[in-house]
Design a protein around this ligand. Structure first.
Ligand code: GTP
Ligand code: MG
Length: 548
């Protein structure tokens, strides 16, 4: 017997034995068809939320009551969150009921007006100073909202322990996804950081828009991932109309990011450790945002990158299993060293995600991009800079149900098939193309060829060396073997995905600790504790034997 409990994304089926997967995802053609919303709607909602939000630094989480009471004097509060940055400082994110509410609050703010080095600037990042003078205290009145907590990354040891305790590999993958995916507060903060820049730039320019893209918004982001931002000149069709005969005389420059870098450095509170990488193919300014605890990359006029994020987000919406699988594959690649924190001749998360999507197309779970393009209407036409055509169907409700989710494989099966698929993939002759949804002939002899979905003449893995491609082939085979060895049902301490996501270097040590073997760990002090002035090799060996 199994019991079905329906949630928004999947059905939880209580297992009647240990090997059966708990998670059976709803198919489009099941009784309750999913209603899709568009990426633009999600972005509009997040932007609106950011436009009525502030981030207030407080002394401690106990300042909450007073801050709540103080802010309620000016405006009505809709939602409130608390987090700590890496320096242990406390922040409250307050969302007001309307943008006008926020304007009233900002009008009531003060600044360091006695400090000659400061010129006042409006920003959603504030601090709550201690009451002075009459020591007016504000107590929260009426119905108070509960504070929601946290942007902390889940503790790694606790996470691994929980994963070890899962009943099936599918449960492990789902748990990893749920515990590490970007949470609501983390997404809110990212849009507020974008909004902060937008406020500064709009005090200098007309109609500048700062838009987050990449894993912060494409549905494949993990807690702590970087924040990719693009500065865009957002001229509406109406403003660009030829019927408007008076046109501004404007300054043309290919160096817009230079000023952006200076503004960030000199005017934006929270910005630290800024570096400019201006001679790259896509020039960027990198910085840390200390209040939000984020690493940010800002580029200029790159709307194709936003549409790429939109495309990835849409494919994740069509098949929720894609997101869980991609999060696992990204973790596995980081643990094996296939991806690295810095750029080089190896894979990065973006092409890796395309590999996951391509595999899911091959299993009938996702449509090809060409299919989404063929279903597009006039309202879907988007042409990015340098004439890059980013047209594809935006309203997924219009997509015929038989073009995706035609497969009930659980996550465990899909993961195994993913590694098996790439163990057998002909990297030498074939390129990966999510446009076609099938392998195509490689146009050149680069070791790994993954077609850029929006600019098909480009290879998003052109940087990957022959050695790294060979390592990829080896690691996918190792991973497939590892998962196959888990099928016998016996649980070891690297059972299921643990053998894939723990760094090899730390695995041995963690294994020892996890299975209650910490007493077997020996410190060097213990080895030399008998006052041996010059211990012999034999002496050390015999002492080590005691501990093994
Ligand atoms: P993480 O930051 O590693 O979590 O993943 P990410 O998807 O955000 O990747 P990254 O920050 O490297 O890049 C941000 C976005 O830029 C990606 O999601 C893509 O949309 C786009 N992008 C990255 N690499 C390439 C590339 O080689 N070519 C093109 N056209 N776009 C890329
Ligand atoms: Mg990124």
């Amino acid at each position: 017997m199994s019991v079905l409990l329906q949630t928004s994304k999947c059905i939880f089926r209580k297992p009647f034995n240990n090997t059966f997967c708990k998670y059976v995802f709803l198919r489009k053609n099941s009784d309750v068809p999913k209603k899709f919303i568009t990426f633009d709607e999600v972005v509009a909602q997040r932007r609106a939320e950011a436009m009525r939000s502030v981030v207030v630094q407080v002394n401690s989480d106990s300042s909450f009551n007073e801050l709540y009471g103080y802010c309620s004097k000016y405006a009505s509060i809709k939602d409130i969150h608390h987090y700590k940055n890496s320096g242990g400082e406390h922040f409250m994110v307050i969302e007001f009921a309307s943008e006008d509410n926020l304007k009233d609050v900002l009008k009531s703010c003060s600044s360091h007006n006695k400090d000659h080095d400061v010129i006042s600037v409006q920003s959603p990042f504030l601090w709550f100073r201690a009451a002075v003078g009459n020591k007016e205290k504000f107590a929260a009145t009426g119905k108070k909202l509960a504070v929601k907590n946290g942007t902390e990354i889940c503790n790694e040891d606790v996470l691994l322990e929980d994963i070890l305790n899962c009943e099936t590999v599918s449960d492990q993958i789902q748990l990893l996804y749920e515990k590490t995916t970007l949470n609501d507060l983390s997404i809110r903060l990212r849009y507020i950081v974008a909004r902060q820049l937008e406020m500064i730039f709009n005090s200098l320019y007309t109609n500048v828009k700062i838009q987050p893209f990449g894993s912060s918004v494409n549905g494949f982001g993990r807690m702590g991932c970087d924040l990719d931002l693009v500065l865009m000149n957002s001229i509406t069709e109406e403003m660009g109309a030829a019927s408007r005969r008076l046109v501004f005389q404007e300054k043309r420059s290919a160096r817009q990011l230079e000023l952006a870098g200076a503004l960030l450095e000199l005017r934006v509170a929270g910005v630290a450790r800024l570096t400019r990488i201006l001679n790259a193919r896509v020039p960027i300014v990198k910085y840390a945002h200390e209040y939000a605890g984020l690493h940010c990359d800002l580029c200029y006029n790159n709307s194709a990158a936003v549409h790429m994020s939109e495309l990835l987000w849409q494919l994740g919406e069509l098949c929720a299993r894609a997101r869980a699988l991609a999060v696992l594959v990204r973790r596995w690649a980081a643990a094996t060293g296939l991806t690295q924190p810095h750029p080089g001749r190896w894979l990065t998360n973006f092409p890796l995600t395309l590999m996951v999507l391509f595999f899911l197309q091959r299993t009938g779970l996702l449509p090809s991009l060409n299919r989404l393009v063929s279903e597009a209407g006039k309202e879907d036409i988007r042409i990015a800079e340098e004439n890059v055509n980013c047209t594809f169907l935006r309203d997924l409700n219009k997509l015929p149900a038989d073009s995706y989710e035609q497969n009930d494989d659980d996550l465990q099966t899909l993961l195994f098939k993913f590694f098996e698929f790439y163990s057998q993939f002909d990297f030498q002759e074939k390129a990966i193309s999510i446009n076609e949804g099938k392998p195509i002939r490689k146009p050149n002899s680069l070791p790994l060829y993954i077609v850029n979905p929006l600019e098909q003449s480009l290879n998003v893995s052109r940087n990957v060396s022959y050695e790294e491609c060979e390592r990829l082939r080896l690691e996918v085979r190792n991973a497939a073997w590892h998962l196959e060895s888990c099928l016998d049902g016996k649980k070891s301490d690297d059972w299921g995905i643990l053998g894939l996501i723990e760094k090899k270097s730390s695995r041995g040590l963690k294994k020892l600790l996890r299975v209650g073997n910490s007493h077997r760990l020996v410190s060097m002090k213990d080895l030399f504790s008998d006052n041996d002035n010059e211990p012999s090799v034999e002496g050390i060996r015999s002492k080590m034997q005691k501990f093994v």
